[in-house]
Design a protein around this ligand. Structure first.
Ligand SMILES: [Zn+2]
Length: 68
């Protein structure tokens, strides 16, 4: 999974394709030549106590570890 940040509208976009053209899904700007990042999406589980109830939240956490 790769991620790019649009230089025009700062919208994050994700793609699993390494090659080919890439346009911003938000403003349709061509961001093919911009830096792309490896995106790892991790799921984080958190337990919260609300009074007598315990609820489990599953949060999706994104982290970007390297510039490709
Ligand atoms: Zn954009």
């Amino acid at each position: 999974m790769y991620m790019k940040i649009c230089s025009r509208c700062k919208h994050n976009s994700y793609s699993s394709f390494e090659f080919g053209s890439w346009e911003c899904p938000s403003c349709k700007y061509d961001i093919t030549d911009q830096n792309k990042f490896m995106a790892n999406r991790n799921f984080v589980r958190e337990k919260l106590k609300l009074g007598k109830k315990i609820i489990t939240l599953t949060l999706r956490k994104s982290e970007f570890n390297s510039v490709v």
